[in-house]
Design a protein around this ligand. Sequence first.
Ligand code: NAD
Length: 283
Amino acid sequence: MSVTLIRGKPIAERIRTEVAEQVKEVGHIGLVTVLVGDDPASDVYIRLKHKAAVEAGIDATDLRLPAETNEAELLAKLAELDANADVDAILVQLPLPKHIDEAKVIRALEPAKDVDGFHPFNAGQLYLGRQTLVPATPLGVMAMLTEHEIQLDGARAVVIGRSDIVGKPMAHLLMQANATVTICHSHTRDLARHTLDADVLIAAVGVPAMVSPDMVKAGSVVVDVGINRTEAGIVGDVDPGAAELAAFMTPVPGGVGPMTIACLLQNAVRCARYRRGDIDYPA
Ligand code: NAD
């Protein structure tokens, strides 16, 4: 059986076209991205997000603050953006410099402007099964699974990784799609015992090729969220040899990566619509 590659690019392009239409409907959508310091990886991510937003017709501002910015200064800046009616969506690029408390900064955002879906209100809504603003990467994975009509109801799904950005929200979305979900992490014993049972396996670890082919169930769906910079270029968390066993697999690069940006833009539209009262928070 040959594997079907779940490519992110064509799905992401379609979503971005849809977003551009929605931006026209809404009229004006203001997005401010905030980068503190000059971390090179963050700089690349911000540039990509900014470019995609501008292409979709979003009024995007790329706000750069020096690495020495202290917590009070950043909080004051966010309070200003929270109060600015022209700003619908705010993205604070993580990680922040060590001297700034990330949790405090995320809590300071107005939940309706929290385009990343990291604020405790939005995380809590997801926990309660009321998806309001959900982190873009797991949203992107769900869109890829939907596109390929992957059966999640009753499926055994295993998520490797329990970060607030990917693993945890991913597990909630899969559970809400009626999968039976196992979350594995750095303390999980005998990881392969879990992964071999997975109809749907999501790897979000950050360790190159840590999922070897012998950890993958034949005929399963394998989603590789990992983006690891190596001497051989960008590689995922899944050994490409797993494609010999999987029925569906996402490539790296060109898999989940483009979906994250597209879903972030979708979230910006959602922020604007919540704020304008076009849509209500799920009850
Ligand atoms: P993280 O470092 O916050 O979390 C990694 C998780 O992996 C942790 O929960 C940890 O418990 C688990 N883990 C570590 N070693 C393990 C092991 N040996 N066995 C089992 N679990 C283990 O990382 P993150 O932010 O969730 O990102 C994970 C990966 O996804 C990274 O490669 C990151 O670059 C990538 N990522 C990609 C996108 C995208 O758009 N494609 C977006 C976000 C993150």
